[in-house]
Each structure stands twice: as C-alpha cells, then as structure tokens.
Design a protein around this ligand. Structure first.
Ligand code: CO8
Length: 374
C-alpha cells in the first residue's frame, strides 16, 4: 500500500537503579512495625486497625512482578519517607522526563536511520507529565532539534497506543510527515509506598517509537500498521486525584487519593471481558484469525491477565516467546509496557509476520494495533 504508515524504529531507556521485591517488602514491613508501635494504644482498644505485612511470595504470584527500575531510589526504602527524593531542577535545565525521553528517542531515531531534523511531530504520551506547560514534547523537540510541532497527551496505560494512533492520524492527514511518540514514565513518584495493595506495582522507564510512511523508510525492520482500534469506558476503579486544583483545598492536597490507587480485583474482572470483545471485533473486522498473530506485545500490568488474553487469542499452546513478558523485571510501567515488549522482542520475525500491540488500563482504555513485519 502506498499510504501505509509504520513504526520504523523503537528506543528504550532503562533507569540505572533497581529494587527487588524482597528489598521493597522489607522496607514496607519496617513501616508497618513503626506504624503499629506508634498506634499501639489505639490498636489495643480497636480505634485503629493494625497494618499487615506485605510478602514477596504474594507479589510474585498475584502479579508476576519480581523487580522494578526507578530513577531515584533514595527515600523509597526509608520507612520514614517512602517516596523517591527527586530534587527540583531549575527552569533552564532539562527536565527529568525530557532527559529520559530524549535518550529513548535517540535510540529510536538510530534504529529508523533518521536524524532529528527528519521529524516534524513529537508526541509525549504518558500517564503523568511533570508540569502543565510548556509541553515536555516541545522541550524534547527543541533539545533534539526536530522541526514542526509537539504536544503532550495523557491516557494512563493507553497513552502509547493512543499516541501512536494520533501520530498515524496526523501523518495520514498530511499534517505531519514523521513522528516520535515518546513515553517517559516516572511512575515511582505517584506510587503510595505505604499502601500494601499497590506498593509493588510500578517502575520507571522511557520508550520511543518513530512513526512514518513506509514508502521512503530507511529502517532495517518496520512494523506496518494494518489496523488499529481505541476504546474508552469510564471507571473509578483505577484513579489518581492528583491535579492542578489540589492546592485550592489545602487540607486534602496531600491525601492518599492524590496518588495511584485501584480496586485491582475489580479491574481484573471488568477489563478482561472488555479486552476480549474489543479484540474479537477488531480481528473480525480485519478479516483475520487471532491465530495468525506470531507475536503479542501486550500491556504489562499482570502476568495472569496476560495469560488469559493469550489463551483467549491463541489457545493453550503458544510458543514460549509468542507473548513476551517484561513486567517481571520492569514491573508495570504504565503506557510503556507493551512498547518495551516490542522493542526487546522484535527479533525472530520474518517479513509478512503479523503481531498485536495492545494496551489496557485506567480510564478504562484499550488501544490495539495489528502490525505487519516488513
Ligand atoms: N502482600 C500480601 N498480601 C496481600 C498484599 C501484599 N502486598 N496485598 C494484598 N494482599 C492480600 C489481600 O489482603 C487479600 O487477602 P484476603 O484474601 O485475606 O482478603 C489477598 O491478598 C488478595 O488480594 P487481592 O484480591 O487484592 O489480590 P489480587 O489477586 O487481585 O492481586 C493485583 C492484586 C496484583 C493488584 C491484581 O488484582 C491486578 O493486577 N489487577 C489488575 C490491575 C490492573 O491491570 N490495573 C491496571 C494498571 S494501572 C494503570 O492503568 C496505569 C495507571 C497510571 C500509572 C500510575 C503510575 C503510578
């Protein structure tokens, strides 16, 4: 097809510091001991509930996560602090999200055999941006030396796929010729490390994709977009009330609801059927059997959830590398998970092989792309 649009390069930045489940649980349990000692009297008369220990066994069994990377480890494991201590940078210094996004973008450009000036659209698509304006995308556009325009967008875990859909749409319409879709996810800043249900879930990372017309691409390996589908359906089961209005209610500005929180079990049960029917209709409309997919680059929130999706699409016997898992070492990296999987597991495919890139998460939101290896 002459007007085909493709992902022609991907890039990945992995933060230098890591935390194992064991280290995270040790610090959480030290916090539990501190809390329960501090409230001993109130606990004894039933006015305060004692906190319960976390466990590495639970975390690995319930989620598949063994480890996560973080930009700044200092503070996270200190039971008196329990958040990353990330110093503010002066306004004339490169922001942290721009810094890591830039590193991923440079690798994606190199893989696409392109120079920054070949790009005229930069989209930063991630769960949070560290300020409202100027857009991190415009900061990266300037730091790299790209032309055209840039903007930030947020669709929680589906930011990367919705960003890809936006880039493809803008290229298809002629508004842009080549795009970078960058996901600098610093999730650790929004994790409530005092919450047993969610303290283990997230890690930090940055990914980037180059999106451009297939005709004229200089890439050694490209993934042509054969079909795409995005859907949203409002749910309060995954939520953060962090936002620009927080300071106007000083009494609650730092309450736990300003951090990530979810009803994980409900999310699991409600999202799976949504994913099933979303993909069923996408494959039916494309006239393709799911079994035609040689690789599934799925969202990386929960290994059990992914196994259900794989079984639904491919039955019981997919090969070991058919649906790669990266959440064991990276944890849930919000929008970046499926792109990490694509970046790290793009080898071993032949021209013509099909694959599925799919995100699912807060909103609720699902974004899925049928890709053809070129
Ligand atoms: N250690 C030991 N036990 C625990 C722990 C713990 N840490 N936590 C809970 N338990 C206990 C519970 O108390 C419960 O005990 P009991 O049975 O006695 O009541 C038992 O374990 C089971 O608890 P759950 O039912 O909560 O456990 P699940 O098996 O459901 O597993 C999960 C919890 C892992 C959270 C799972 O439900 C899950 O992964 N669900 C899917 C969630 C999902 O996909 N979310 C979407 C991703 S988030 C997103 O969209 C991005 C948001 C933007 C980024 C945010 C950046 C910060």
């Amino acid at each position: 097809m002459n007007n085909a649009i493709a992902i022609t390069g991907t890039g990945l930045f992995t933060p230098p510091e890591g935390i194992s489940n064991e280290a995270l649980v040790e610090s959480f349990n030290a916090y539990v001991d501190l809390h329960n000692r501090e409230h001993e009297g109130e606990i004894a008369i039933g006015h305060v509930q004692p906190l319960e220990y976390s466990s590495s066994e639970f975390i690995e069994k319930a989620s598949g996560i063994k480890h996560r990377y973080v930009m700044v480890k200092e503070g996270i494991l200190d039971p008196e602090i329990m958040m990353p201590l990330i110093p503010e940078r002066p306004s004339d210094a490169l922001s942290m999200q721009a810094e890591i996004g830039l590193l991923a973008a440079k690798e994606a450009l190199a893989n696409a055999s392109l120079q920054p000036q070949d790009i005229d659209l930069v989209i930063v698509a991630c769960a949070y941006t560290q300020r409202a304006y100027p857009a991190v995308a415009i900061e990266i556009q300037q730091a790299l030396g790209c032309r055209g325009f840039g903007f930030d967008m947020q669709v929680a875990c589906s930011s990367a796929t919705f960003g890809l859909a936006s880039a493809a749409g803008l290229i298809g319409s002629g508004a842009a010729s080549r795009a970078l879709v960058i996901c600098p996810e610093i999730c650790s800043a929004q994790v409530n490390y005092r919450d047993r249900d969610s303290h283990f879930i997230f890690g930090d990372v940055a990914t980037a994709m180059v999106v451009e017309p297939l005709v004229g691409s200089r890439s050694q390996q490209a993934f042509e977009i054969l079909g795409q589908r995005c859907v949203t359906d409002y749910s309060n089961n995954i939520r953060s009330n962090f936002g620009f209005l927080n300071r106007c209610s000083p009494g609650t500005a730092h309450a736990p609801d300003k951090l990530f929180h979810q009803q994980g079990r409900k999310v699991f049960k409600e999202l799976l059927p949504m994913i099933y029917s979303h993909l069923d209709s996408q494959f039916a409309d494309a006239g393709l059997e799911p079994a035609a997919m040689k690789r599934l680059w799925l969202h990386q929130a929960n290994i059990n959830m992914n196994q259900f999706v794989v079984k639904k699409l491919l039955g019981d016997t997919p090969g070991a590398d058919t649906a790669p898992i990266v959440l064991d070492t990276y944890a849930n990296t919000a929008s970046a998970g499926s792109v990490i999987a694509l970046h790290k597991h793009r080898q071993g495919l032949s021209p013509g092989d099909l694959g599925l890139l799919c995100s699912f998460g807060a909103g609720y939101s699902i974004g899925s792309f049928i890709l053809k290896t070129v």
